[in-house]
Design a protein around this ligand. Structure first.
Ligand SMILES: [Zn+2]
Length: 495
């Protein structure tokens, strides 16, 4: 089941500077949003067909004009800032009324501009490149970035419910909060902040940003979740809608690699390139770990091990839980067995030691491991919680009671803030997400019980009553999931 990645949708974003040209505007996306909920980002959004109708002067490139129009419209919609010439004649109240016209759909942006004799001037927007959401995300955007200055007397605010905590901040301050695990930052925003933090006059950063985007062809190959954790999505044969498995590189001067799962040569090469760059900085790869036995979590670890030996003469051991090692005996030569919970002492990029907890968290698989950095509150949940699809609990590896116990153990981790599973993006509210998973399982259990009470005799009849919105290709997984629920209900003495 090899799924195609989602096609990126066109979009535009504005890096809005304050009048002193030293701060940028960012905002937190509402934590309840499905796409990057809780993340900090710049204002921006999807291109609309009406954007092509908006008149933009001083723009010879007509393809770019519609993105400038989109950037201006989104900035007005989301944070109430009107980046239009002649706009200074409007009062705050008039801007509010125009905003209402736009949001309610009474008028298009173009109509509003024309009616009030306002216009967009491309000279107010410095193009800083394109970035595309990585292929592992089920929702993807190909976003044009622009730099613009907030007009005097306009104060940005959260003009739509999708945003909160709208504020100007110095790029260095934004990065400090990210390093302290106070915020999650969308990948292209993080990249932009890093570039902009290196220059005093942020406008000068525009050129650097454009070069960076061109050098990378707008592609983001991996994501820095925080300074200690890199998420490197690798294409694997996994379950839809996921298309990738997240490989994690945890640490700095001393690091480990979890789930180097790619079997395709070009995917392996991309990962090796990143690992090589770390080794060339004299960072030490301590171990390569397989989180559990499923086929989308191994397949490239032996190639990575061989690569490190061939290229650098390094011997790095492969590790997994003992139960995983036993199951994979004929496929992967696991050299170090993990028995239960353990602590890994690693060094971050600054050479500071930190503890990474390795947690035995069975339920999805008997030897399933998760990884927790208590200091930054970041949990790598492997397949126990995932961003993009639901978790399969299938006998004989799966065990519903163990799974619920593992979820409970994860949610009670001290200082828990964020989590990232093996598929999809990192999740802002780790506890909330785990609570939803627990509630979902208990709800399913209640529905199965009620289906049985209402006369369902077979698993097929239970599925018909309980799983009303299931993809046909996931039907047999639903069967397995029901078996696991039935097993738990039997051992609880409820059936
Ligand atoms: Zn799995």
């Amino acid at each position: 089941m090899n799924q195609k990645s989602a096609t990126p949708k066109d979009a535009a974003t504005v890096i809005l500077l304050d009048q002193s040209l030293t701060e940028v505007l960012w905002a937190q996306r509402n934590p309840n949003l499905a796409f990057l909920g809780g993340y900090h980002a710049f204002p921006g959004g999807k291109l609309e067909t009406t954007d092509a109708e908006t008149k933009v002067i001083n723009c010879e490139d007509t393809r770019l004009a519609k993105f400038i129009a989109c950037a201006a419209r989104e900035t007005f919609e989301e944070v109430g800032v009107l980046l239009a010439r002649n706009g200074e004649k409007l009062t705050k109240g008039q801007r509010a009324s125009l905003h209402d016209d736009l949001i309610s759909g009474r008028s298009t942006f173009d109509e509003i501009l024309a009616h009030w004799n306002l216009w967009i001037d491309a000279a107010d927007f410095i193009y800083t490149g394109i970035w595309t959401t990585p292929a592992f995300s089920p929702v993807r955007f190909k976003t044009r970035f622009f730099l613009a200055v907030c007009p005097p007397k306009q104060i940005p605010f959260a003009a739509i419910s999708e945003l909160q905590n709208v504020e100007f901040t110095k790029p260095l301050e934004a990065l400090r909060r990210w390093k302290n695990s106070e915020v999650l930052i969308a990948p292209p925003v993080l990249l932009s902040l890093k570039e902009l933090s290196t220059t005093a006059d942020i406008r000068l950063g525009a050129e650097k940003l454009l070069k960076k985007s061109q050098k990378n062809d707008g592609q983001i190959r991996y994501i820095e979740l925080n300074p200690r954790i890199i998420c490197f999505p690798l294409k694997t044969e996994t379950l839809p809608p996921a298309t990738h498995t997240n490989c994690f590189i945890i640490g700095g001067e001393e690091f480990i690699v979890v789930d180097a799962a790619a079997r395709e040569k070009n995917e392996q090469d991309a990962l090796h390139e990143l690992i090589d760059s770390l080794v060339e900085k004299n960072f030490v790869c301590r171990e390569i770990i397989v989180s559990h036995l499923h086929k989308d979590h191994f397949g490239g670890e032996t190639a990575l091990q061989k690569h490190l030996f061939d290229k650098f003469g390094l011997r790095v051991s492969l590790a997994a839980h003992r139960l995983t090692a036993e199951s994979l005996r004929d496929k992967v030569k696991i050299e170090r067995l993990i028995e239960g919970d353990e602590r890994f002492r690693l060094k971050d990029k600054t050479g500071e030691m930190f503890d990474l907890k390795v947690l035995h968290a069975p339920g999805h698989a008997r030897g399933h491991l998760c990884f927790y950095d208590e200091e930054t509150g970041f949990l790598l949940a492997s397949d126990n919680v995932v961003g993009s699809n639901s978790v399969v609990i299938a006998l004989p590896e799966g065990n519903m009671q163990n799974y619920l116990d593992s979820l409970e153990k994860m949610r009670n981790l001290p200082n828990l803030k964020f989590l990232c599973g093996s598929h999809g993006s990192a999740i802002f509210n780790a506890k909330g997400k785990i609570d939803k998973y627990i509630e979902h399982r208990l709800e399913r259990e209640r529905k199965i019980l009620s289906a049985l009470e209402n006369g369902a005799k077979s698993i097929k009849e239970i599925i018909e009553k309980v799983y009303t919105d299931i993809l046909p290709e996931l039907y047999n997984l639903a069967e397995k999931s029901i078996e696991a629920h039935l097993e738990k209900l039997k051992s609880d003495g409820k059936i």
